[in-house]
Structures are given as C-alpha cells and as structure tokens.
Design a binder for this molecule. Structure first.
Ligand code: NIG
Ligand code: FE
Length: 427
C-alpha cells in the first residue's frame, strides 16, 4: 500500500528521544505498507508523491500506532459483581479464595464455544483499534488445562486474521492453579513445564511464555521452572511480577532476561538496576487501581532513575481492569505514575513495542517501520492525555491502510467529504 499522509499539524515520530514538540506541518510517505519518509511537508519532493493517494490528518496530531502490550482479551462472562463486592470491603484475594476471581472466568470461558469467544474477542479488539491501537498483545490463561489453553491460543490466532490489528499471542497457562491441581502443586508445575510448554511451542501459536508470580498463584521457584522451560523451547519470558506483594518476581524477571516485567506495584527498588541491565521493560498497569479500588499507583520515577524503559498498558481483563481505553492509561501515567509527556508517549509506542521485542518493527515513524499511524483531533501532543476519557482519534492506519475512521459528525460543520481516502480493513 502506497500513500502520502498530509496536513499533519504535529508529527510525533518518537524517533528523537525526549522531543515531545514533534515536527510541525509534516508529511509521511508510505511505500508498500512501510514508512518511506517522514518530515516537514516543505521538504517533500513533489515528484515522489505524484499520483499517490492522499490521506489528510486535517491539521491534527499524528503519532505511531499505539502498542497495547498486555491484555487478557479472550474470555467469556463478566465479573461486575466482584467489582461491586469490593466496595463493601472484600479483597481481590478473598474473592479468589472463595472460588471467584480468575476461576470464575475460567468456568465461563470453558463453557463458551470457539465462535463465541472469537466474537467477543473481536468486538473488544475493535474497541482497542478505535482508541488508536495497531499492535495488540493477547494472553491465554482462562483455560487452565492444556487442551483449553491451546484452544484459546487458536482463537487468538484467528483474531489476528479478522481485525486490522497486529495480534501478538502469549501463553499464560500459569495464570492460576485450578482446584484439580492444588492437591499436588509440584506435579502441576511439572506438567506445565514438561508437557504444556513444549506442546504450545511445537504448535508455534505463542511468542511469549508468561507466569502470574504471586503468593496466590505461582511462587518464584515455580515460575522460574516454567519460564526456563519456555526459554528452552523458544518462548521468551514475560512475568506478572510483584503486583500484590513483593514475592521476588522482579528479580526473577532480570535473572531470566524477561522481555518485560509487568505490574511491579510492590517491587523493591533494589531490583531495578538488574532490570535495566537485562533490558527488561517495566510495564505499569494503572487501570487496575480503579477496578481494585486502590490509590497507590505504581511509581515510574525510581524505575526511570535506574534507567529502565517503562511501558503502560490497560491489562484489559474481566477482574482487575475491564477498560479498553489505552490513551486513558497515558493520563494515569502522567498524573499518577510520574511520567513526563515524552515518556508517556514512549510508554504507549516505542517502549511498549520493546515490551514485545518489536522495537525494530513498530512504535516509531521512521523509514522501514510498519506504516502504523494514528491521527488525533487537535495538534497538541498533550491533548489525548489532557482531555482524558474522550476519544480524540480521527483515524487509524495499519500497514498503510486505513483501519478505522471516525465518521464526521452530522451538522458539525464538517466538510461534505473529508479529505481522507476510503477506510479499508484487512479482513
Ligand atoms: O493481570 N494478575 C493476574 N492476572 C490479571 C487478573 C486476571 C483476573 O482477575 O481475571 C491481571 O491483573
Ligand atoms: Fe495481566
């Protein structure tokens, strides 16, 4: 797909560390679905754009397509009742102990057909797309037996064919230990390590192996066995680390060279230099605060001081974070996690891409990168976070094709036909 994006009020390429001013009056040239050139419109060679379809950003802000690097998108049912229960003082852990929590979603998910799971997942993935997301990581983890986990990973694979979003699959068989595994934990972990991980790797349906490392889930030694098995089979490690307690998850992330360590709400600062040395990205998930009724937002500043790259994500899941609004996590990142404006954009683009090992493919507007772009109403790079909660997205492009476009509002004085090519998805 070849095209030229014009009328860009401000272009944030994320290619210049610390620059949140961006390039004013910019243009982007796209060849075969990749960025061929980006810069001030006045430097564009007229001969190079002759005959190319034009996409107008209508004077707005254009950024790299957003990268959502941590979701639990495939599940059935909902847990609104637990959300309300927590208001009366029941904790996430208590609800889980009583058979609710992750296991409640596992029961609903096991009963749903593949087509029903796919339908739900597709609707949710489109919600993400409309918020500017062009790369979407999706974890399994609500099957909790090998056949069910493989089924969820197959649904994730089909999802990537159905929506114009780049879907990145993660195996999270180690999300919780179901009742049938609690009698003999060691045997359950061995089974995950010796049978589930190799089976998933053999089928080539996951890129990463993730573990929920927590006193209520997998202890650090158990998590290490599973992640090491993943590594041996070519699945790179990711970890849900130190969310509810300091249980050694962040230190483990550095030890196994995890591509990301996620949550880190209770992680000790002493583990941060090792994370920096390992190149592990810290993924902060401030959306969990609202659903859990907590106010102690994860702090990005000590991580940044230690030289750790920080990404932001919704952690979309039915228990601790039911939101699909990734830009809103940017608002939380700035307001409550202590990120600067540039760091916040990085946390949703290049650093989130690094949390998926994809920094060479997505997350920047530079020659050779995928032509994944978002246009926002208004040219101010602060706008999408400042005007939080309301979508400012006018269109989303994935691989050089328009994947979503917000319709011009009737009677809002919008031109008859906005100067934007026809939207076309991939599937
Ligand atoms: O990332 N922490 C573990 N997993 C999810 C919650 C899953 C659930 O409650 O269903 C999380 O917060
Ligand atoms: Fe999670």
């Amino acid at each position: 797909m070849d095209a030229c994006v014009r009328d860009i009020g401000t272009l944030l390429t994320m290619d210049r560390p610390g620059d949140s001013e961006g390039i004013r009056d910019a243009a982007v040239l796209i060849r075969q679905g990749r960025i061929a050139w980006a810069g001030p419109a006045r430097d564009l060679d007229p001969a190079s754009v002759r005959g190319l379809p034009t996409v107008s950003a209508e004077g707005g802000l254009v950024t790299p397509g957003l990268v959502e690097c941590h979701t639990h998108l495939v599940f059935a049912g909902n847990r609104a009742g637990e959300f309300e229960d927590r208001l009366s003082g029941r904790s996430y852990e208590e609800i889980a102990q009583a058979g609710g929590g992750i296991l409640a979603t596992v029961r609903a998910t096991r009963q749903a057909s593949d087509d029903e799971l796919l339908r739900l997942a597709e609707e949710r993935a489109r919600d993400f797309l409309e918020q500017g997301v062009t790369t979407l990581e999706v974890k399994s983890g609500y099957g909790l037996d090998l056949e069910q986990e493989l089924r969820l990973l197959r649904v994730i694979g089909r999802l990537g064919q159905r929506v114009p979003v780049t879907v990145v699959p993660t195996f999270l068989g180690a999300h919780a230990i179901p009742p049938e595994g609690r009698g003999d934990r060691a045997a359950w972990v061995r089974d995950l390590r010796d049978r589930w991980v190799p089976a998933v790797a053999r089928q080539g349906i996951a890129r990463f192996c993730d573990v929920f490392c927590e006193s209520m889930a997998f202890l650090v030694g158990e998590a290490e066995e599973i992640l090491q098995a993943g590594l041996q089979h070519g699945l790179r490690p990711k970890i849900h680390a130190d969310q509810l307690s300091d249980c050694g998850g962040s230190a483990l992330a550095a030890r196994v060279g995890a591509v990301s360590a996620d949550h880190l709400d209770r992680a000790p600062e002493s583990s941060f230099p090792a994370l920096a040395r390992a190149g592990t990205v810290a993924v902060l998930l401030p959306g969990c605060m609202a659903a859990l009724g907590r106010r102690d937002f994860p702090d990005a500043r000590p991580l940044r001081r230690a030289g750790v790259r920080v990404a932001l994500s919704t952690d979309f899941n039915p228990g601790t974070s039911p939101t699909r609004n990734l830009p809103l996590m940017g608002t939380f990142g700035m307001a409550w996690c202590g990120l600067t404006l540039w760091e916040t954009w990085a946390a949703l683009t290049i650093w989130a891409a690094a949390a998926l090992g994809m920094e060479g493919e997505v997350g920047r507007v530079a020659p050779g990168m995928a032509a994944d772009l978002v246009a926002f109403r208004g040219e101010d790079p602060r706008g999408p976070f400042y005007e939080y909660g309301t979508s400012r997205v006018s269109w989303v492009m994935r691989g050089g094709r328009l994947a979503f476009r917000r319709d011009a509002r009737e009677g809002a004085g919008a031109p008859e036909s906005p100067a934007v090519g026809r939207g076309e998805g991939d599937g």
